[in-house]
Design a protein around this ligand. Sequence first.
Ligand code: GDP
Length: 222
Amino acid sequence: MTAEPNDDAQAVERALEAGRLLFAQQCDFLLSAAETGQLPETGLPEIAFAGRSNVGKSSLVNALTGRKTLARTSNTPGRTRLLNFFELGERLMLVDLPGYGYARAPKSDIKQWSGLTRRYLKGRAELRRVCLLIDARHGLKESDRAVMTELDTAAVSYQVILTKADKVRPTQLAEIIGATGRELAKHTAAHPEVPVTSAVKGDGIPELRAALAALAAPATED
Ligand code: GDP
């Protein structure tokens, strides 16, 4: 049997609805981990968010969950070097990783990324995907490429997501999407699709919710 275009449209609708429902659930800050022994054992699938400092990571997590307090939690002084865990609807953990790549110290970018983050990325059985956020104005930078190579080596599945799309003109955005896609084709663990998002305008948020909901634990029947 061949799929009718109508079936495809319905599948997209269903996925968007599943994403909307999941991200409308309660989302609570669980804990901040400073060392491997503090990583929670929830048994839930995990999605980690990574990116250069100021890429818009907290804003994106807020836009996804529709809550403002989460960003504040992660950007609280003292918490920015920690792994911050949020539990979504008892089905998915969202893990905010420390930002990397301070402009003032480009050479030590990756070294600044703590050993804890690396150990988490390489050894976490629950980790389903890393969302690697890239500022749509700048595209991939050396520090991002270094992280991608590490994730390739560790065979950790990741997806590049463009942020702050509202700050870029459509022609420039198309160029960045094309260049990013071509580069991703050379990375073995990279997801081929590059979602384009704006936390400010809401662009791409329902689609990203849908993609992440597909990785969550199944909803339990009450
Ligand atoms: P983080 O350090 O990666 O958590 O970045 P933040 O979420 O704190 O965002 C850094 C800056 O970028 C803040 O001034 C945000 O208001 C801004 N920002 C984040 N997302 C967007 C977006 O989608 N559009 C625009 N125009 N600004 C954004």
